[in-house]
Design a protein around this ligand. Sequence first.
Ligand SMILES: [Zn+2]
Length: 199
Amino acid sequence: MRKFPAPIHRAVAALTSFPGVGPKTALRYTFALLRMSSHQREQLAQAVLGLAQISRCGRCFAYSEEPTCTLCRDKSRTDTMLCVVSESRDISTIEATGAFKGRYFVLGGTLNPIEGQTPETLNFDKLLDRLRDEPAIKELILAFSPDVHGETTMMYLSRQLKSAERRVTRLARGLPLGADLEYADEVTLSDALTGRRDV
Ligand SMILES: [Zn+2]
C-alpha cells in the first residue's frame, strides 16, 4: 500500500478485520470515513463502542443486553421445543417467519476442524447441560444451513443426542442445498419448520 499518514494506516488495519475486507476495500472505507463530517464519524465510533454493552444470554447464548435475553424471558413461549442454531443472527431469521414459538440455543458455529471449530470450541457441553437441567424440553430442532458444515454438525448432534431421549428433528428439505439460512425467504423457511422431520 502507498504511504499515507499513520492514522489512515491504522484505520485500514482495523477495517481488514471484517470478513471479506482486504486492504483495498479497507482503504476505500477509510476514505469514505474521511469524507464524513466529524459528527458522523463520532456517531459511528459511539455505535461501535456501544456494542460493549452486548454480551451473551446465559441461557441460550444469543447476543443480549441483559444477562437473560428477551426470548428466554418471554413466558408466552413454550419450553417443550428447543431450536438449535449456529449463530445468534439465525434466531432473527427464524423469528421473522413467526412459525416457531419455542426456545433457542446458539451453538456458536458449526463443526469445521480445519478452522479450529470442534465440539470443544462450540457450546456443545452447554447444550447437554441445558437438556439435563430442563426436562420440559421434548424436541430439539436442528436448524442449520444445509451446507457441508451444517450437515456435518447436524449429523454429529443427532448421534450425540441419541442418549438424551428427546425427539430430534431437522428442517425439511426445501431449503436449497448449500444455501445459507440467512438468505432463505420467510415462506420457504416457515415451510421447512412445519415440515421438519426426525433424524
Ligand atoms: Zn436467551
